[in-house]
Write a new protein. Structure first.
Length: 898
RNA sequence: GGGUGGUUAGCUCAGCUGGUUCAGAGCACCUGCCUUACAAGCAGGGGGUCAUAGGUUCGAAUCCUAUACCACCCACCA
């Protein structure tokens, strides 16, 4: 694609904005994101479809970054990776937006016909829809855009209808008049899951009801005095001695002066309030149950919009909260308001409109959950479907075990219209049919009236809950619902990993599992990775209404998509909330820059017209090469393990450390040419370039843009040799050498200690020093001598000596590392007091350490019970420490004594 | 009312099967460096009774039990 870079014209700072778009188009145009079934193993992810008119927020960023990491790695592992993107029509959310927009134009929904409204909704969708998918490209999401689906497009619409009919035929779907959650703002029913309960400060009103024909009265306590208008009984506990005489009597409901009975039911808690409960069967779930049990009248005193209806008699047309104020005043005037107490109370709010939910008796469509939930519960509990983290299994189980029927009808227009057709006014005068023609036929058959025509039947006005379409998503995106045997679904389903927020575990995850087993007899995915919730520094959930969410697009412009990705991934293990801080992105950007400069360094050392080997052939005689290879393989193995356990942050950490700490801080420093201005030898640079390429491969899933950019610069590549499809590094066990790593680590420590000496005594890095090492054994000394060049490369050294037998020179700074003594003669530069302090400090540290080791070893229990290996390790530690201490003390007592 | 998780450096958090990756990372802080890849950097350094109290164990940040505080989820007590 592009020419390999040789010249030194690479900018000092990586500029993400200049490359991101280029590579994204390159990937997309060359079909790297696209998947078709083939002989390879499939790896499938379906995106949690964002709301079609939604805007990218930090939650999406986290979520999709993780998916992209998984997908890109799978692709590099040679799997046929398929990440299906798409959007959700988000019935209630979108409809609310359209209504709002129309309102601004002075149009109310009621002014429009269904079709007119839908035209507006589609217009809105076409205009604002899919922006979020564009934004995902900026992030680098490697979705198969050719497969983009929308839950309201024809095929998926049809699948939802088929699903409804199928479940109806199987006896799971029914129509019933039940208490549902009513959103007076959106004027629709909601499922239980769409109601959020929040604790609020409210008031408990004590109201006096007169007993008919007596001077006596009875006091009830209520938080909703306006519903007094619809009271049809007062209830006490059957055993409550205080009220025995009242049971069976009649009391008079204030204001409306309705005569209602005093009934007894064990539901009432005598301890609470006055022990008397007013019963309003139409406006409270429990009251409804009691009403059913005792055959009470049901008075519905509220309109759909939450205003008082004619049935309320008083305050008609007033909003329910307005009516509350009014009735309190009137009760007070009538001397029937006994007292008002402050209390905290849990109130249900609509997830979408934030309106206070009204329990309402209503005729709706429901889906039975008892059977559907069985395999869905079982297969999560037995880990057929794994949850990461698995703590969510508990809440899943709890929800599944207490699952109630799902109210699936919504009094909205934006969505899949319920395929029920009514031909009469009777409760059962309806048929379920896919088309009008079919409905006529069925209606004729069911009613026995063969003269029925299209004009005699009416389709249900309502649509289905959004989640009634999203729960089919893993099937419908592959047309698997329409055509259960098609090649696509058989190839891609079950999908592999699902990445989503725990918030929608019940809304979506649980239901996909249910529908998957019901319709395909198989799980929809194998693993569910729950992300954390992105919060701000004050722990508040990031939301549009709070305005505390940074604009992801701006963030990416500022730090680069790679930088933001790293920032998100770094501190977010599965299921842990992420307190978002821009500093994290800065860390990501800095990392990108570090990598960029490593690349820049290697490039600057390239020689023109020189071929660099494409194979990683290390110099086996070179400790540094062997060490780097060992570290590389150790990391490959570690990263594979972490990724398989979905510990993505840990995987990234390992790569980060390998690149920054090992490759940049040590390896690069050690391959630098000896003379300034000289270039690294071809062989050395070949090895370095190959190492670097391996690092880029490991990093690619996490930071796709910079890795592709560098990859394409390092060598000329054919299109099919792009980074995105490079083969994931293979772990070679034989390449891991504990000996090499151990020796190199010792050398690193010696060099660090020399650096420390320089820092302590203000010896500048350029100033030459002598370095004398007294090794524990001759073999060790030999190893140091063989690697003298390493010391010399990283330190300005005049004289270097490494022996097993060596006399400590006078006035030198000393350190002891694992029993190896390191001397730096500093005639005239050394401050003896300072040096004494330095040595004493080290002695103190080692003595503390020795104490704990010796303690362990003198404990018989430890020696007898711990594994030999562990005991031996402690013995080695003890010996080493003792040797080091002895030597340090010797130094202190001979050379540093006054 | 039930459930789940958290409490580790000034801040944000890692820390998997109990023992050499066990006390870590980044940021912040202190000291010295514009050392030719990188000051978005380099080198060195300070800083923690791993919430509290018990227990298990030869051995606990890690396992168990309580307690405290925090967070989240679920539930119809007016």
């Amino acid at each position: 694609m592009s020419k390999p870079t040789i010249l030194q014209d690479i900018p000092k700072h990586f500029d993400p904005n200049s490359v991101e778009e280029k590579w994204y188009s390159f990937w997309e145009e060359n079909g790297f994101f696209h998947s078709e079934p083939d002989e390879r193993e499939s790896y499938t992810v379906v995106i949690p479809p964002p709301n079609v008119t939604g805007v990218l927020h930090m939650g999406h960023m986290l979520n999709n970054t993780i998916q992209d990491v998984l997908v890109r790695r799978a692709r590099m592992l040679g799997k046929n990776a398929c990440w299906v993107p798409g959007t959700d029509h988000a019935s209630i959310a979108t409809e609310a937006k359209v209504v709002q927009k129309l309102r601004k134009e002075g149009i109310t929904k009621a002014d429009l016909t269904r079709d007119e409204f839908l035209d507006h909704a589609w217009e809105w969708t076409d205009e604002h829809g899919g922006i979020i998918l564009q934004q995902l490209r900026k992030l680098g999401a490697s979705c198969d855009w050719e497969r983009t689906r929308f839950t309201l497009e024809d095929d998926l619409y049809e699948a939802v209808i088929d699903c409804f009919i199928e479940l109806y035929d199987r006896g799971y779907i029914y129509r019933g008049k039940r208490m549902i959650n009513w959103d007076p703002e959106a004027q629709t029913a909601l499922s239980d899951e769409e109601v959020l309960h929040r604790e609020v400060q409210s008031k408990l009103y004590y109201v006096r009801y007169k007993v008919k024909g007596e001077d006596d009265g009875i006091t009830i306590a209520t938080t909703r005095p306006e519903t007094i208008l619809a009271d049809t009984a007062v209830c006490v506990h059957p055993d409550d001695e205080r009220y025995q005489n009242l049971i069976g009597k009649t009391v008079i409901v204030p204001i409306v002066e309705r005569e209602v009975p005093v009934i007894a039911d064990e539901y009432v808690d005598p301890e609470y309030g006055t022990g008397c409960l007013k019963i309003t069967p139409a406006h409270d779930e429990n009251d409804y149950q009691i009403g059913q049990k005792h055959g009470l009248e049901i008075i519905d005193m509220l309109n759909a919009d939450g205003t008082v209806s004619e049935a309320g008699q008083f305050y008609v047309g007033e909003d329910r909260f307005e009516a509350r104020e009014l009735i309190i005043k009137d009760l007070d005037k009538a001397n029937q308001l006994v007292k008002v107490e402050e209390m905290t109370n849990k109130i249900g709010y609509s997830e979408r409109t934030n309106a206070i939910i009204e329990p309402r008796l209503s005729l709706q469509w429901f889906c039975r959950m008892d059977e559907l939930s069985k395999p869905a519960l079982e297969n999560v509990i037995n880990d057929e479907i794994k949850f990461y983290p698995d703590k969510f299994k508990n809440s899943y189980r709890h929800w599944m075990e207490n699952i109630r029927d799902w109210c699936i009808s919504r009094q909205l227009w934006w969505g899949q219209r319920i395929p029920a057709w009514y031909y009469g006014d009777g409760k059962d005068d309806y048929v379920i049919a896919k088309t009008e023609e079919e409905a006529v036929e069925k209606a004729r058959a069911k009613s026995g009236n063969n003269s029925l025509t299209k004009d005699d039947i009416n389709q249900d006005e309502d649509v289905l809950d959004t989640w009634f379409s999203s729960w089919l998503w893993p099937m419908t995106v592959f047309d698997g619902f329409k055509d259960p045997d098609n090649e696509e679904i058989n190839y891609y389903y079950p999908t592999n990993d699902l990445v989503t927020a725990p918030e929608i575990m019940f809304f979506w995850v649980a239901r996909m599992i249910m529908s998957g087993y019901e319709f395909r007899g198989e799980k929809p995915f194998s693993n569910v990775y729950y992300t954390g919730i992105v919060r701000d520094k004050k722990r508040r959930k990031m939301s549009k209404s709070l305005g505390n969410s940074p604009d992801p697009i701006k963030l990416m412009e500022q730090y680069g998509a790679d930088g933001v990705r790293v920032g998100m991934l770094f501190s977010s293990p599965a299921g842990n909330d992420l307190l978002f801080d821009e500093q994290l992105c800065e860390q990501g950007r800095n990392f990108a820059n570090k990598i960029w400069n490593a690349f820049r360094f290697l490039s600057m050392n390239k020689q023109e017209d020189t071929e660099y080997s494409t194979e990683l052939n290390i110099d086996k005689d070179n400790l540094v090469d062997r060490w780097m290879l060992s570290r590389l393989n150790e990391t490959i193995e570690g990263v594979n393990k972490e990724m398989e356990a979905f510990r993505i942050n840990e995987a990234l950490r390992k790569i980060y450390s390998l690149i920054w700490d090992d490759f940049c801080d040590w390896y690069i420093e050690l391959i630098k040419a000896d003379e300034q201005g000289a270039k690294i030898s071809t062989d050395r640079l070949s090895v370095a370039l190959n190492f670097f390429e391996e690092l880029m491969k490991l990093l690619h899933p996490f930071m796709p843009f910079i890795t592709e950019e560098i990859w394409q610069h390092i060598r000329p590549r054919e299109t099919d040799e792009a980074m995105i499809v490079a083969q994931w590094p293979e772990f070679e066990k034989a390449a891991v050498s504990e000996d090499d790593q151990g020796l190199f680590a010792t050398i690193q420590r010696i060099i660090s200690s020399v650096r420390n000496v320089r820092a302590e005594f203000n010896v500048s890095p350029n100033e030459e020093i002598n370095l004398l090492i007294k090794a524990k054994h001759e073999s060790m000394a030999k190893a140091f001598r063989q690697n003298e060049w390493i010391f010399r490369k990283l330190q300005s050294i005049a004289k270097f000596e490494a022996k097993a037998d060596l006399k400590k020179p006078k006035t030198s700074a000393s350190s002891v590392i694992e029993g190896t003594e390191v001397f730096v003669p500093l005639e005239g530069l050394i401050d003896l007091n300072k040096e004494r302090e330095r040595v004493e400090k080290e002695i103190n540290r080692l003595e503390g350490f020795l104490k704990s080791v010796t303690g362990k070893l003198s404990n018989e229990g430890f020696v007898n019970n711990a594994p030999d290996e562990v005991v031996q390790r402690e013995r080695d530690k003890q010996e080493d420490t003792e040797t080091s201490l002895r030597k340090l003390k010797e130094i202190l007592n001979t050379d540093l004594s006054d």
